[in-house]
Write a new protein. Structure first.
Length: 131
């Protein structure tokens, strides 16, 4: 039998401290939160692969400075999204346990802005190269 903490969540130790008490949500919601976390991780891995691919395979197409800039932007974006996904998962889990509104997904605008920045760099490259 599992020991219960002072809030009655049925958790003890590290998981009780990190989740911050509250009551256990419906397992379907917890699993949906986990699937969303994994989707953010997949996005982060795709950005990581894109950054590595740009640096490794685009030497003939891009000047070294541009190649490095695009690769670093993609790698930093992967780092922020990957790291931020854990905090997103944790904040949503805590909100569900305390029956409070879900937090805004701050990593979504970061991903959108980062993707737009990479796209803008590419547009400028194409326009400059065409002239």
């Amino acid at each position: 039998m599992t020991a219960t903490n002072s809030q009655g969540s049925g958790r003890s130790g590290f998981s009780a401290r990190i989740l911050g008490g509250g009551t256990e949500p419906d397992p379907r919601f917890t699993l949906a939160n986990e699937r969303t976390f994994l989707a953010w991780i997949r996005t982060s891995l795709a950005l990581l692969a894109g950054g590595v691919a740009v640096e490794a395979f685009m030497a003939d197409l891009f000047a070294p400075e541009l190649r490095r800039t695009i690769a670093v932007l993609l790698l930093v974006l992967a780092l922020v999204i990957g790291g931020g996904s854990f905090f997103r998962w944790l904040n949503v889990e805590r909100a569900m346990r305390h029956k409070t509104p879900l937090p805004l997904p701050w990593i979504a605008p970061v991903l959108a802005a980062g993707g737009a920045l990479v796209a803008a760099v590419m547009v400028i490259f194409v326009l400059v190269r065409a002239t």
